[in-house]
Design a protein around this ligand. Structure first.
Ligand SMILES: [Zn+2]
Ligand SMILES: [Zn+2]
Length: 485
C-alpha cells in the first residue's frame, strides 16, 4: 500500500499490532444522545474500522449539532473512544454521505496517541470488507439510513504499525535593534519563512515538491524590513526600534509566539508592533489591519492620507493570521500591512516577476511615516480591546487563552493544552496540561483558530460559559470555559 494514495497515518501507537477486524459504525459512544456504535461489540484487542464524520450529518435536525460537525466527528474523539473500548488500532473508512470525490489532506503529521490510527482510501476500504459479512456499499447505505450495527469480521486479520519519529529543528528569529533616547520600543516585523517544497502547506497536492519561492509571501515584507532597518540606523531620537524577521510563521506563528513568551525587552516597553506580510501585490491600495487596537491609530493614519497616493483600507480588528496576532494577544497595539490576496497565494507561481516594486515602495513609505510618528514622545499610544477579543486572538499564536496555552505543533483534530497558568479562569475550571479540547458547545473544534473563532462568536450572551469537551486519558469531560473574567 502507498502512503498518501492508499492510506494516511494519523496517530501512532507504541507497538506494531496484528489483530482480527471489527466494524463499529462511526465509532461514536454518545450516551447523552442515546447513541452507541459499540453497543454489543467486544472491541478489546481488535482493530476497529469506523466511518469518518458522523450519522445524520446532512440533516438540519441531526442530534449531532445539526449540519455543522459535532465533537463526535473528530478523529481525536474516535481514537480516544476506540482506545477506551480496548481496541488495538483504528481504521477510518470514507464518509458514507459524501458522494463527491474525496480529497486527501496530506499536510498532517502523525501524533503519538497510544494506538495506531490509519485512514484508508475508498478502494482499500472496499477490499478490507470484501470477505466480511457486509460490504462497504451495504454498510454505507445502512449508515445513510441510520441503521448501523457493529459486527465482527473474524476471518480478516489486520497488521498495523505506525511509528512517529519526533524531530526537533531549531528556528531562529533575526533581530536588529536601533536604540533610541527613551527606554521603550516600536517593533517592526515580517516573517521570512515560506513553504519550501510545499510538503505541509501547499494549496494543491500536485504542487508538492515544487519550490514555493513566496516572492510576495513574504520576501516582500522581509525586503521591506531590511530597507526600513537600513534607513533607521541614521535616526536616534525617541523610542528605539526593534526589527524582527520571524521564523516559522507558516507553521503557526512559531517565531513570534516564541518571541512574546520569552521577550528580550519587557512587553510593557513595546509601544506598538507593525507587521508586514505580503506587501508586493498592491492594486493601488493597502489593507491596514488592527486600526482599532490603539485609540490613536485612526487619527494617525488619517494624517498620512495626504502623503500617499495609495488608498488606505482600514480594518478595526487584527484578525488575520500573521505574527502581529502574537503581540495583540499580549495587549500591544498592532498594525498589519498587507496588499491583498491573489491567485498565486501559497502557490509555486508566487514569483518575483509579479511583484509591483513601485507600490511596495509606497507601502513602505506609509509604514515609515507611521514609525516616525510612533517613536515620538508626544505621540500617545493606548491599547484598545477590539470587538473580537484580542486577548483570545493571541491564542491562535500559541500564547495563552484565558490561561490555556495551546501546543502549536499539534496537528490532529482539536487543541492540545501544553500548559495551564495557575489562578486563571481555565485553571479554576479544571483544565490541565495534556488535555485535548475537541468540542465547543457541541460543535467540533478543528484547531486553535477554530476554537478562538467559536469562543469569540458574536451574538451570544456574554456571561454564559462555553461547554468544552475534553479528552483526558481515558476520560471524556465537559468543562465550562467563560470568556468573561
Ligand atoms: Zn505570510
Ligand atoms: Zn503564507
Amino acid at each position: 500500500m502507498n502512503l498518501h494514495t492508499d492510506y494516511e497515518a494519523l496517530f501512532s501507537g507504541p507497538l506494531p499490532v496484528s489483530a482480527p477486524l471489527a466494524f463499529a459504525g462511526f465509532g461514536i459512544t454518545a450516551a447523552e444522545l442515546g447513541y452507541d456504535d459499540y453497543a454489543g461489540l467486544d472491541a478489546r484487542g481488535k482493530i476497529v474500522a469506523v466511518f469518518q464524520h458522523e450519522p445524520e450529518e446532512e440533516l438540519e435536525t441531526s442530534r449531532f449539532a445539526g449540519r455543522s460537525p459535532s465533537s463526535w466527528s473528530t478523529v481525536t474523539y474516535k481514537a480516544a473512544n476506540a482506545r477506551n473500548h480496548g481496541a488495538a488500532g483504528l481504521l477510518l473508512l470514507p464518509d458514507p454521505h459524501c458522494e463527491r470525490e474525496r480529497t486527501w489532506k496530506t499536510d498532517t503529521q502523525v501524533e503519538a496517541f497510544g494506538l495506531p490510527v490509519v485512514k484508508l482510501s475508498e478502494e482499500w476500504s472496499r477490499r478490507l470488507l470484501r470477505s466480511g459479512p457486509r460490504t462497504l456499499s451495504e454498510i454505507a447505505r445502512a449508515a445513510r439510513d441510520v441503521l448501523l450495527e457493529p459486527f465482527d469480521i473474524p476471518n480478516v486479520n489486520v497488521s498495523l504499525s505506525v511509528e512517529a519519529i519526533e524531530r526537533y529543528r531549531t528556528l531562529r528569529n533575526v533581530v536588529g535593534l536601533v536604540p533610541g533616547t527613551t527606554d521603550d520600543y516600536v517593533v517592526v516585523g515580517a516573517h521570512y519563512d515560506h513553504l519550501g517544497l510545499g510538503e505541509r502547506k501547499a494549496l494543491a497536492p500536485e504542487n508538492i515538491g515544487a519550490i514555493h519561492n513566496g516572492a510576495d509571501d513574504n520576501a516582500s515584507g522581509t525586503a521591506g524590513l531590511l530597507f526600513l532597518a537600513s534607513r533607521a540606523v541614521r535616526r536616534k531620537n525617541g523610542s528605539g526600534l526593534v526589527f524582527i524577521a520571524f521564523a516559522g510563521e507558516e507553521l503557526g506563528l512559531l517565531g513570534s509566539s516564541a518571541y512574546v513568551s520569552r521577550p528580550k525587552i519587557p512587553l510593557e516597553k513595546i509601544r506598538a508592533m507593525l507587521n508586514m506580510d505580503m506587501i508586493g501585490r498592491s492594486d493601488g491600495s493597502v489593507y491596514i489591519g488592527g486600526v482599532g487596537t490603539a485609540a490613536e491609530f485612526h487619527d494617525l493614519l488619517d494624517g498620512l492620507k495626504k502623503e500617499t497616493t495609495l488608498e488606505l483600507k482600514y480594518a478595526e480588528t487584527p484578525q488575520a493570521p500573521s505574527d502581529h496576532l502574537s503581540f495583540a494577544g499580549e495587549k500591544i497595539p498592532v498594525l498589519f500591512f498587507f496588499s491583498g490576496l491573489h491567485a498565486d497565494y501559497h502557490q509555486p507561481s508566487d514569483d518575483r516577476e509579479k511583484i509591483d516594486q513601485v507600490r511596495a515602495r509606497q507601502i513602505l513609505q506609509v509604514v515609515e511615516s507611521v514609525i516616525r510618528r510612533l517613536v515620538r514622545k508626544d505621540q500617545p499610544v493606548h491599547f484598545v480591546e477590539t470587538d473580537t477579543n484580542t486577548a483570545l486572538l493571541g491564542a491562535a499564536a500559541g500564547s495563552s487563552v484565558l490561561g490555556l496555552q495551546p501546543e502549536p505543533s499539534w496537528e490532529a483534530d482539536g487543541v492540545l493544552v501544553a500548559d495551564v497558568k495557575a489562578a486563571t479562569p481555565a485553571f479554576e475550571a479544571g483544565f490541565r496540561r495534556g488535555d485535548i479540547l475537541i468540542g465547543c458547545d457541541g460543535k467540533a473544534v478543528a484547531n486553535r483558530l477554530d476554537l478562538i473563532q467559536q469562543l469569540t462568536e458574536q451574538g451570544r450572551a456574554p456571561d454564559t460559559a462555553h461547554q468544552i469537551l475534553v479528552v483526558r486519558g481515558e476520560e471524556l469531560l465537559a468543562l465550562p470555559l467563560s470568556t468573561t473574567e
